[in-house]
Design a protein around this ligand. Structure first.
Ligand code: G4P
Length: 191
């Protein structure tokens, strides 16, 4: 998506070879018009799927999910990051390992909001190692819901999450794939 790549080139900050800061337009301050165009692009790429819900994980995914869901005219549901314990039978739960923060955390979603009647579009701002995505896929499996597609705003192509999820047979669409980045030489996008 050219508009997104141009914006990343203009306003993204490469902190080091691993971390790209995009918080001036994507995940802290939010450019709503850009997000609306991102939502339209996901709609175009998953047009043929009969999506009934857009699923994401708090916090940064929520704005992207909302701006996507309005183009599908369906609700957003987001997984909450919860501490273990006190988990009743009214929620689906999965464990996510974050390599970035070197810790495990639980995600939960009320059973009320996802069922075997649903065909889900999962969206998120970043895909790095894909562990959060595996957690959301696991929640869909528990609900008996079908994953109709996975939409990622920025995929870090030099980490293995995208390839790992594609190998499992999911239709993944990433609007910008960063193959390499360096504070000196900048960002190299996949064509
Ligand atoms: P994974 O799910 O793909 O395995 O990712 P990982 O645990 O490594 O990433 C942890 C958090 O860091 C995620 O946000 C993810 O969006 C974010 N992240 C990963 N790479 C980058 C990057 O290059 N730049 C920025 N800005 N963020 C990155 P989170 O902890 O779930 O936070 P949030 O959604 O509450 O903001």
């Amino acid at each position: 998506m050219k508009e997104l790549k141009d914006r990343i080139r203009k306003d993204g900050k490469v902190l080091n070879a691993d971390i790209l800061k995009v918080d001036s337009f994507l995940n802290h301050q939010i450019d709503v018009e850009l997000l609306d165009h991102i939502g339209m692009e996901f709609k175009k790429r998953f047009e043929n799927e009969k999506i009934t819900k857009v699923l994401t994980i708090e916090a940064s995914g929520i704005a992207i999910a909302c701006m996507t869901a309005r183009h599908f005219n369906v609700p957003v549901v987001f997984a909450k990051k919860a501490r273990s314990g006190n988990i009743g039978s009214s929620v689906y739960t999965s464990v996510v390992h974050s390599f970035t923060y070197d810790r495990n955390y639980d995600i939960t979603l009320s059973r009320q909001y996802l069922s075997s009647d649903d065909k889900v579009l999962i969206v998120d701002d970043f895909m790095a190692n894909g562990q959060a995505m595996l957690g959301m896929i696991d929640i869909c499996r528990q609900a008996g819901a079908e994953v109709g597609g996975i939409g990622i705003v920025i995929e870090k192509g030099f980490q293995d999450g995208g390839d790992m999820i594609r190998r499992q047979g999911y239709h993944v669409e990433s609007l910008a794939i960063v193959d390499a980045m360096d504070p000196e030489t900048g960002i190299q996008f996949r064509e």
